[in-house]
Write a protein that binds this ligand. Structure first.
Ligand code: PLP
Length: 419
């Protein structure tokens, strides 16, 4: 009998079997950038457009009422998925980047004053860094980065020293999109809360790795995108503790978020609607709901365990290749493993792999400060998902061995041990 993941791959991701790029079969190992959309999610999107489309909240008619109920059902589903207290703590956005921007803007408006301190870490994706930089720039607050150790862990002692300065907020990733480091969130949140510092968690890379619920993490905010959990692009979530959401001023204004406008002074709707100005991506929300149901049906723990096993195997195979340097050796890794093969450029490695049908990512992965910390301008990233196979990793390793071998023969690479 076929393994569950083989069955699921064939049934729900036929594109992985059928796709070909430039006449070659595709080996898709760029899941940290985006995952393939599961067929049940595609059906949900199709069904939405076929028979459910209407604008929400504003209609007295049946179709609009139903559309509104469907959005609220997905909100509830998200709350359950995240371990949130209620759907009121779930704001729909255009994705993790939009969530971070919305939160940073609201925080700047409501909380930040000149001289305040905001912390992020050296391993943040630009999406969890630049919105905070902008918020600080606008308000005269300072942004400081907690450093990362040579192994690729967050330096907790250095973080403690920064926390002594009583920052207002710490923006931290749950999983690094370059090193795959799983950050010790419970520990980080408890240290931050001891000095009254709020914590915003970027969970963009963490939703397939059995992240504890927000009720366990006790973080104040958390965000993610649907397209990294087999859902559609253009939709995501900002979770916030209710007390925080009630306190924060909405930075975006428009339709659907005010209940009255006496003398042009808006009276905002309750949370979460006060943060959802304008019409949502309603099909996207339907797709997000289908993606959450899909993960639940396949089994979140099963997915996480399978991805862990594949990632360990990938790292082992990469470390066996002479001339290739795997970045970081964090205690707990999820999602991806990155490497360099100097003096080959990451882009050249990725293009040579592409010529053999293998899709990996090269560049800074929107994490320039982290690469700078590692003395690099870029790397090659391999990110398997549960629908990938060990055979695909073997093909990747063999292709890389050929790339390294021909580079060595061409005199480009010295035959050095794996760093
Ligand atoms: N944060 C991390 C850690 C990411 O890896 C990404 C995307 O790769 C983002 C945020 C941004 O996600 P999106 O582009 O879906 O907004």
């Amino acid at each position: 009998m076929a393994d569950w993941h083989t069955t699921i791959r064939e049934r729900d991701f036929p594109m992985l079997e059928q796709a070909e790029c430039d006449g070659r079969a595709l080996i898709y190992l760029d899941n940290a950038a985006t995952t393939q959309c599961a067929r049940p999610v595609q059906w949900a999107l199709e069904s939405y457009w076929r028979s459910q489309h209407a604008n929400v909240y504003r209609g007295a008619y049946c179709l609009s009422r139903r559309a509104g109920e469907a959005v609220e059902e997905v909100r509830q589903l998200c709350a359950e998925f995240l371990g949130a207290g209620s759907g009121n703590e779930i704001i729909f956005t255009a994705g993790a980047t939009a969530s971070a921007n919305l939160l940073a803007d609201a925080f700047a408006l409501t909380e930040l004053r000149p001289g305040d301190l905001v912390l992020a870490t050296e391993m943040e994706h630009h999406s969890n860094l630049l919105p905070w930089r902008e918020a600080c720039r606008r308000t005269g607050a300072e942004l400081a980065l907690a450093p990362v150790t040579g192994e690729g862990e967050l330096d907790l002692e250095a973080l403690d020293r920064l926390l002594e300065r009583r920052p207002k907020l710490l923006a931290v990733t749950a999983v690094s999109n370059v090193l795959g480091t799983i950050t010790p969130l419970e520990e980080i949140v408890s240290r931050a809360h001891r000095v009254g510092c709020a914590v915003a968690v970027d969970a963009a890379q963490a939703m397939r790795c059995a992240l504890p619920g927000v009720d366990v993490l006790d973080c104040d905010f958390l965000y993610f995108s649907a397209h990294k959990i087999m859902g559609p692009t253009g939709v995501g979530v900002l979770y916030g503790k209710r007390a925080w959401l009630e306190k924060l001023t909405p930075p975006r204004t428009g339709g659907g978020m005010v209940r009255a406008l006496p003398g042009m002074e808006p009276e905002y709707e309750d949370v979460p609607l006060k943060f959802e100005a304008g019409t949502l991506d309603l099909a996207g929300v339907a797709g997000l709901g289908a993606a959450l149901e899909y993960l639940h049906a396949v089994g979140r723990r099963r997915i996480a365990a399978r991805e862990q096993a594949l990632l360990r195997y990938t790292e082992k195979k990469l470390r066996e290749l002479p001339g290739l340097r795997v970045l970081g050796s964090p205690r707990r890794r999820a999602g991806c493993v990155s490497f360099t093969a100097e003096p080959l450029q990451p882009l050249d490695v990725a293009m040579l792999l592409d010529s053999q049908g293998i899709a990996v990512r090269s560049g800074s992965h929107c994490a320039i400060p982290l690469h700078a910390r590692l003395g690099l301008s870029g790397s090659v990233r391999v990110s398997p998902a549960f629908y990938n196979t060990a055979e695909e990793i073997d093909i990747l390793a063999a292709a890389l061995a050929r790339v390294l071998d021909s580079a060595r023969k061409g005199g480009v690479l010295k035959d050095k041990a794996n760093g």
